[in-house]
Design a protein around this ligand. Structure first.
Ligand SMILES: Cc1ncc(C[n+]2csc(CCOP(=O)(O)OP(=O)(O)O)c2C)c(N)n1
Ligand SMILES: [Mg+2]
Length: 436
């Protein structure tokens, strides 16, 4: 029986139990080791190029990498440390960003339960290595597109904690002036093109952003435009049509985009392995003519190594990459989820692989930082979070008139009166008709 077939028969968390067909876990931290990864990227580069306006030349030859390389590398907490060499400064930056993400989300939970936020709030605890591993490599002009689990992507991209917290509190000082809330973080200044409540909805937006980068460069002859877009989304989302449609377009037009699947093994209470005909999402990349890579999403250094290659490839104009990061969320689906469905053993197994603890250990063991230096970062972040809460709390609520701003179609047909004010703000406004 193939390892792949075995997936379907294993109990609650079969990915963890997978091994290569030979029964031996692979030591590779990747779908393929870096040299092989580069070869895979190279194959894509060798493909005949298509222009935005014309049809691509076919056929293309893409060599999918064997599943055996992936299976053993998936969950192996004893796997060899990444061979990435990071500088002390880089390590500190990664650590600070991950601690910021975690501390911010923990504070969100507190504030949510104190009634400071409305609607659903989805936290990112456990997945920090993915956001940090990718986004800290981006330039300000590069774009990030997120999901409803978007606070930490926004923070990694540089949106100030104050602006994210105030947005969660629904205040005018929030990054969307309080109109977006938890699931709709947006910042034109930081090129955070949105959180999206509908799953998969961000993928076409990201594809469009990547298209615009290529269009600016090739059609408008803006040679300075080498911007890359990174689209984050979950495993459950990969069963939606928009994912497939956008992989197709991105490969067809060689768009500068990286599709990052945060495979946390669950879509609310639905196990990825029960919902997906082929649970190895990375394989869908080669099917569309782009490299597909699997990486341990609990290890920021491994994520960063893959991200470096994929982002550089996109920036060089060599097209998209699909990266599947295997990760885990440490909390329920949202703060309204008591998280009673997932197996406690599974949760404990991943808790032991906390990406922040792993980086801390790496930094200490490799003399990149001392215990007290890391503590100082944690203290600094505590102050940032406290300040963000105070700022959000003290900020004003939006005026009622803001409700209809940015609404393209006037929902009630009343519109704006000759005095420039919304008619529904008029003291004479009733539940009446368009005659008001
Ligand atoms: C189009 C659409 N269908 C269904 C839903 C309901 N829904 C909200 S979250 C979710 C699961 C998504 O899981 P995944 O993509 O793995 O992301 P995760 O929550 O694990 O980060 C679903 C089905 C939705 N928001 N949008
Ligand atoms: Mg998921």
């Amino acid at each position: 029986m193939s390892a792949f077939m075995a997936v379907k028969t294993l109990p609650s968390h079969p990915v963890a139990a997978r091994s290569t067909p030979a029964g031996k876990p692979s030591s590779s931290p990747f779908l393929a080791p870096p040299s092989r990864l580069r070869r895979l990227f190279q194959q894509q580069q060798d493909r005949p190029s298509s222009s935005i306006s014309s049809s691509p030349s076919l056929p293309r030859r893409i060599q999918a990498v064997s599943a055996a390389d992936v299976l053993g590398s998936k969950i192996d907490s004893n796997s060899s440390p990444s061979n990435v060499v990071i500088s002390r400064e880089e390590g500190m930056e990664l650590y600070e960003d991950m601690v910021l993400g975690r501390a911010f989300e923990d504070m969100c939970a507190q504030m949510y339960y104190r009634g400071k936020m409305f609607g659903f709030v989805h936290l990112y605890n456990g997945q920090e290595a993915v956001s940090t591993g990718f986004i800290k490599l981006l330039k300000r002009e590069d774009a990030v597109v997120s999901t409803y689990r978007d606070h930490v992507h926004a923070l990694s991209k540089g949106v100030p904690a104050r602006a994210v917290m105030a947005e969660l509190f629904g205040k005018t000082t929030g990054c969307c002036r309080g109109q977006g809330g938890s699931m709709h973080m947006f910042s034109a200044e930081h090129n955070v093109l949105g959180g999206f409540a509908f799953i998969g909805e961000g993928i076409p937006v990201a594809t469009g952003a990547a298209f615009s980068s290529r269009y600016r460069r090739e059609v408008l002859k803006d040679a300075s435009c080498d911007h890359v877009t990174v689209a984050f989304f979950g495993d459950g989302t990969c069963n939606n049509g928009q994912f497939f449609e956008c992989l197709n377009m991105a490969a067809l037009w060689k768009l500068p985009i990286v599709f990052v699947v945060e495979n946390n093994l669950w879509a609310i209470g639905m196990s990825h392995l029960r919902a997906t005909s082929d649970p190895e999402i990375w394989k869908k990349g080669p099917a569309f003519g782009m490299p597909g890579v699997h990486v341990d999403g609990m290890d920021v250094l491994k994520v960063r190594e893959v991200a470096q290659e994929a982002i550089a490839r996109a920036r060089r104009g060599e097209g998209p990459t699909l990266v599947e990061c295997e990760t885990y969320r440490f909390r329920g689906h949202s703060l309204a989820d008591p998280d009673e469905l997932r197996n406690p053993d599974e949760k404990a197994r991943y808790a032991a692989r906390d990406p922040i603890m792993a980086l801390k250990k790496y930094m200490l063991e490799n003399n990149l930082a001392t215990e007290s230096e890391l503590k100082a970062i944690e203290k600094k972040i505590d102050d940032v979070i406290e300040d963000a809460v105070e700022f959000g709390d003290a900020s004003p609520l939006p005026p009622r008139s803001q409700l209809l701003e940015n609404v393209f179609a006037d929902p009630k047909g009343f519109g704006i009166g000759p005095d420039g004010k919304y008619r529904c703000e008029d003291p004479g406004f009733t539940q009446g008709t368009a005659e008001v």
